[in-house]
Design a protein around this ligand. Structure first.
Ligand code: AMP
Ligand code: MN
Ligand code: MN
Ligand code: MN
Length: 276
């Protein structure tokens, strides 16, 4: 079984890279990518753990990009994490994330949530705090009953726990992934709340920027959703990828290694470009 989109404590996942790999092995995954948000810090631990369990490891990253004043996510797979340009862009993105976390903290405080930053930082293993870390803090302190509610009330545009960020543009992300020897994959295309016309535009732009693939099977999508995405991938001449976007037990609706097969009409990214 293949899973090419997962998170660890190096970003906003709940398991360390080694714990994630053990869980993946238990679930029957034999090809696993770790794709933390804007960091490659978990890759060496995950690689060692995959090696110890004799499963294939695909080093990855999930980059945040700005497109028409929205944020989209691009996964880089099979990257060389030490490539200097990738390192430089990631270090810029980390600074953006750190500054944005401070801003989110102060916006939440203004909305009456005391010491929002400190509580969130104390609960996380990283200073690269994202919205999910703040969401966990809010749920654990009883400000919302679950993640659905906390995002709706606090963490989306127009709400107190949202702060905008000047992420890199799509072209830059694709270029640095390629320079680092990787393939560029549009993450979870169905999750951006774009109209179907806008989504198609985003994918066309991604293709013309040199993008290689899109996630046709993502999270807990069903067969019909995967078939729709496969059609879109074929229309925009993108290969297909598979990824759960697993973060941990909090998002109980997304589990590791419970993915549908890639529809037969798709070109799998691992055949389009040799990933293993
Ligand atoms: P960030 O990159 O810090 O802006 O945060 C984006 C992350 O927030 C995603 O990768 C998810 O982990 C999480 N997220 C976004 N929207 C939701 C939602 N509606 N429910 C649960 N988690 C979400
Ligand atoms: Mn996340
Ligand atoms: Mn994402
Ligand atoms: Mn993700």
């Amino acid at each position: 079984m293949i899973d090419l989109h997962t998170h660890s404590t190096a970003s906003d996942g709940s398991y360390t890279p080694s714990e994630l790999v053990s869980l993946a092995v238990q679930q029957g995954i034999n090809r696993l990518a770790l794709t933390d948000h804007d960091t490659v810090d978990g890759l060496s631990e995950a690689e060692a753990a995959c090696h110890a369990h004799s499963i294939t490891f695909v080093p990855g990253v999930e980059l945040s990009v700005r497109w028409r004043s929205r944020t989209l996510h691009i996964v880089g797979l099979s990257i060389d994490p030490l490539e200097p340009d990738l390192q430089a862009s990631i270090s810029d993105a980390k600074q953006i994330r750190i500054a944005r976390a401070r801003e989110i903290g102060s916006r939440l405080e203004k909305a009456g949530i005391s010491e929002a930053y400190r509580h969130t930082r104390d609960q996380a293993d990283t200073e690269l705090l994202g919205r999910f870390h703040f969401a966990k803090m809010l749920v654990s302190r009883g400000y919302a009953k679950d993640f659905r509610q906390v995002f709706k009330r606090y963490m989306v545009q127009g709400k107190p726990g949202y702060a905008p960020a000047e992420w890199m543009d799509m072209q830059t992300a694709v270029d640095i992934i390629h320079r680092a020897g990787g393939v560029a994959v549009m993450a979870h295309p169905a999750r951006y709340s774009l109209s179907s016309g806008q989504l198609r535009k985003a994918l066309e732009k991604f293709k013309s920027a040199g993008g290689d693939a899109m996630e046709v099977v993502s999270g807990n999508c069903n067969t019909r959703e995967a078939e729709n995405m496969a059609r879109l991938a074929n229309d925009t001449q993108l290969a297909g990828s598979i990824g759960s976007d697993f973060h941990g037990p909090e998002k109980s609706w997304i589990s590791l290694g419970r993915l549908s097969q890639l529809p037969a009409s798709c070109v799998p990214i691992w055949q389009y470009q040799k990933l293993w």
